[in-house]
Design a protein around this ligand. Structure first.
Ligand code: ARG
Length: 493
């Protein structure tokens, strides 16, 4: 009965705290929405950018020849015709260019929350989007095509031939719409990155893909087992333009000037040619991509180190709160630990990434990822430490008390040193876990091993090799680190 009462009391408390947090957050969110709207109308984004000295352009770099990753002078670089457009726009405004990469379907949201100033990502000006964003004049026209395996060229000729076929299209793209409406008998598969479509056709995961003709041409150029076909879609060509926030009229006027020049000086065909030039460079897989894996490894280790250090600090504090005598501190620690352990790290990463944006902090994916990891790891470390402390027998604290040590001194000099011995292996495990867990941070665009693997998958059309390499790297890291921790345990603890 007593336990039941306690449990009810406790869950009511948790619910109250959670409701409090949520209502606080939504309050902030709506206040911020209001503020955002008036801000946008009064202080023009254009002035802000000029004052800041750099323009933040968002794009989804998986759309060769418009935007894609390439190794230029040994460095992983985002290049392509859209990047040239972005450079021109920034140059004409007299500011520097900063490119932010994310999935195509995240771009408009990112612009609305102020993470990027504009989108230059092969984006089609459609009536639905024009309600959400302000488009520049078009700088290109996109024609729709399909990519199939060359060996299937007799099978797929017209729209009706795709009955039952698996057809890929990029999530939330115009091509996805066309596929859904005009290939009614096909199984349409949304794919986050458009270069995966080509890779999956090569690997028989898909039979075909709907892609803009330039992009389709570029994939076929890189992989000779593919073929571009032009089924008769009823949407023949569509204008590609730069997207800006709805109220940014002065910015649009300036951007349109650059677009006019791109048109009148016939710059775009030149930009495309430069992009093809980069794709042409023939190198071996490892020469092309080793930098991706090395960078990924360094970032993954950085994430793990940061989260273990800060996770241990947070965890120790929480454990002390939990075994202490204050009911409030105990409750806070309990709610924290239960909430964090009861929700996926991926969700927490999104909450930190977008939540901080709402309250006015513009964190990079790295910082947001590191915070999410530290918060997450803290909850687990807290439990490890608490159980370590509990594992020290009661006799020890009684002995400490009889020596005249107070509670905190007893904890510090008697209990914790002994607990550490029991905690160490579990803490080492946590470090190893954190290395593996950091792989989910690729969802917020943080560069780490998994993120790099998917970049290489898309760029190389090889679905397995990059993942295999990354698996080996993870294994070497985790195995190596647990060996090292074992040695330390034997020697020192
Ligand atoms: N033009 C198409 C659209 O606006 C696809 C653009 C995809 N762009 C990209 N960078 N992946 O829907």
């Amino acid at each position: 009965m007593v336990i039941l009462k306690k449990a009810i009391k406790f869950s009511v408390l948790i619910m109250m705290v959670v409701t409090f947090i949520i209502s606080g957050l939504t309050g902030i969110a709506s206040a911020d929405d209001q503020k955002g709207k008036t801000d946008q109308a009064s202080t023009e984004l254009y002035n802000k950018i000029k004052k800041r000295g750099y323009l933040v352009v968002g794009l989804s770099a998986n759309y060769a020849p418009m935007e894609f990753h390439a190794t230029v002078k040994g460095e992983d670089t985002i290049v392509g015709a859209d990047v040239s457009v972005a450079k021109k726009v920034a140059h004409d405004m007299g500011v520097k260019l900063q490119v932010k990469e994310m999935d195509f379907d995240a771009l408009i949201g990112a612009m609305k929350t102020g993470k990027i100033d504009m989108i230059i990502s092969g984006m089609t000006n459609t009536p639905e989007r024009a309600k959400e964003v302000l488009f520049s004049k078009p700088y290109m026209f996109e024609k729709q095509a399909m990519v199939i395996r060359k060996s299937d060229q007799d099978k797929y000729k017209g729209i009706l031939d795709f009955k039952g076929a698996k057809v890929g299209a990029q999530t939330q793209s115009v091509q996805a719409q066309i596929a859904k409406q005009q290939l009614p008998n096909a199984k349409i598969m949304p794919v986050a990155k458009s270069n995966y479509i080509a890779a999956e056709i090569v690997n028989h995961k898909l039979d075909a893909g709907v892609l803009a003709s330039e992009v389709a041409g570029s994939y076929v150029y890189q992989n000779k087992s593919l073929k571009v076909i032009y089924p008769k879609f009823v949407t023949p060509t569509a204008p590609t333009a730069i997207a800006m926030p709805l109220h940014a009229t002065a910015l649009k006027a300036q951007v349109d000037k650059s677009v006019d020049q791109i048109q009148s000086q016939k710059l775009f065909p030149k930009y495309l040619k430069d992009a093809y030039q980069v794709q042409k460079v023939n190198q071996s897989f490892f020469a092309k991509y080793n930098k991706f894996f090395i960078d990924g490894t360094i970032w993954t280790l950085a994430f793990a180190a940061i989260s273990v250090v800060f996770g241990s600090i947070i965890g120790t504090l929480l454990a002390i709160m939990k075994i202490g005598t204050s009911f409030i501190l105990k409750a806070i620690a309990n709610v924290y630990i239960e909430f964090i352990r009861g929700t996926p790290l991926m969700v927490q990463a999104f909450m930190v990434f977008f939540g901080t944006q709402i309250i006015g902090f513009n964190l990079s994916p790295f910082v947001a990822g590191a915070i999410a990891m530290a918060i997450n790891s803290g909850a687990y470390v807290a439990e490890i430490i608490r159980s370590g402390i509990n594992s020290v027998s009661d006799g020890q604290s009684e002995a400490a008390a009889s020596l005249g040590l107070n509670r905190s001194k007893a904890l510090r000099y008697v209990i914790l040193p002994q607990a550490l011995k029991n905690i160490w292996p579990a803490l080492g495990n946590e470090f190893v876990t954190v290395i593996k867990e950091s792989s989910v941070l690729s969802v917020i665009g943080a560069t780490e091993l998994m993120f790099q693997a998917s970049n290489v998958q898309g760029a190389s059309f090889k679905p397995f090799l990059p993942i295999f390499i990354v698996a080996m790297i993870y294994f070497v890291l985790t195995f190596g680190i647990s060996r090292i921790l074992n040695i330390i345990e034997k020697r020192f603890v």
